[in-house]
Design a protein around this ligand. Structure first.
Ligand code: FAD
Length: 290
């Protein structure tokens, strides 16, 4: 046996995105009702980097989850294209709705659309929020495989330390498929005195289009075992879903066994995916059967 294990129960949370079609809007209510039955530690709601849409999408949905479903909610807030005044207004609205948690982000910068100048980095947004509205609990994003804008890991981790020094209470990782990369990242964070909980972002791959999109756009390393699944079951949707879920479950079991602080599932608004993972792993999170 190795060193004594940590008895703390990890958190299990889900990420959803605000729907942008009428059909999606009708379905999200059903999806959320199902997720509610899985007792998540929190649900996080993504936010587009387009300032005009925040109020009718992320803020509205975060308010619904907080008030109608009584589930702790994290509203994502990318700020590169926002002014301090706009952020101030958003914080007021969230507070009115009782949403007390934020994922403070810079957001992606689009070369043909110059950002505003109030928030160059997520750490500046965190400093601003801590000053304006210290009651918010703030999470930040982190990248086990390095943020694509960063020259190297040392710079990236040093910049991450600025985020936690600014008052970030928790980190949530970009998705990854190789746990060893996450464990190395945890070590680098520990060496840099980054000591907030780091939740592992896991995306179960359950269909071919999702897999193809991932291969085309993701910076995540795709391990041989993972690529073999995609190749072998490319034209067998049922087997691809089963194998994709099993891969994610295997990752989660390993992470929880190694005392990860929490699992954040990128379930892409698919409650059935969240339910399958939940049913296979709930006892690891101290959760009951439903
Ligand atoms: P930052 O932490 O500001 O980092 C961006 C880059 O700048 C990094 O390379 C970093 O090393 C560098 N840097 C940071 N501080 C400094 C400094 N002081 N000096 C020099 N360089 C510095 N995007 C959305 O638009 N909407 C979402 O809802 C959303 N949700 C996300 C959820 C999670 C869990 C994650 C991991 C990402 C999410 N993103 C989302 C994507 C994210 O917005 C992009 O990855 C974006 O490019 C970086 O945002 P950030 O907050 O991590 O930036």
């Amino acid at each position: 046996m190795g060193s004594p294990s940590n008895d703390a129960v990890p958190s299990l949370s889900f990420e959803i995105f605000p729907p942008n079609t009428q059909a999606g809007a009708e379905k999200i209510v059903e999806t959320l009702a199902e997720l509610q039955g899985l007792s998540p530690s929190f649900i996080s709601v993504t936010c587009s980097n387009q300032p005009q849409s925040i109020e009718t999408t992320t803020i509205k949905l975060a308010g619904y989850i907080t008030n109608q479903l009584q589930i702790p909610t994290i509203a994502h807030l990318p700020a590169a294209y926002l002014s301090k005044q706009q952020v101030h207004t958003i914080l007021e609205k969230l507070q009115e709705l009782g949403v007390q948690r934020l994922l403070a982000l810079r957001g992606d910068i689009f070369p043909d659309n110059p950002p505003k100048t109030d928030f160059h980095y997520a750490s500046e947004l965190i400093t601003y929020i801590k000053k304006q509205a210290p009651q918010f609990e703030i999470s930040g994003a982190c990248y086990p495989e390095i943020h694509p804008d960063s020259l190297n890991r040392v710079t990236d981790v040093k910049n991450l330390k600025k985020k936690t020094d600014a008052g970030c209470d928790r980190l949530i990782t970009q998705l990854f498929f190789d746990n060893e990369i996450f464990y190395r990242f945890q070590e680098h964070c520990a060496l840099a005195d980054i000591d907030v909980p780091i939740l592992a972002g896991i995306m179960p791959i359950t269909n071919r289009n999702q897999a193809l999109r991932l291969i085309k756009t993701s910076d995540a390393k795709l391990p041989r075992k993972f690529l073999a699944i995609l190749e072998k079951y490319e034209h067998n949707p049922v087997a691809l879903r089963d194998a994709g879920l099993a891969y994610a479950i295997d990752q989660i079991i390993d992470l929880v066994t190694q005392d990860v602080a929490g699992i954040h599932l990128y379930t892409m608004n698919h409650a059935s995916t969240a339910r399958s993972i939940y049913q296979a792993t709930r006892s690891l999170f101290g959760l009951q059967a439903v």
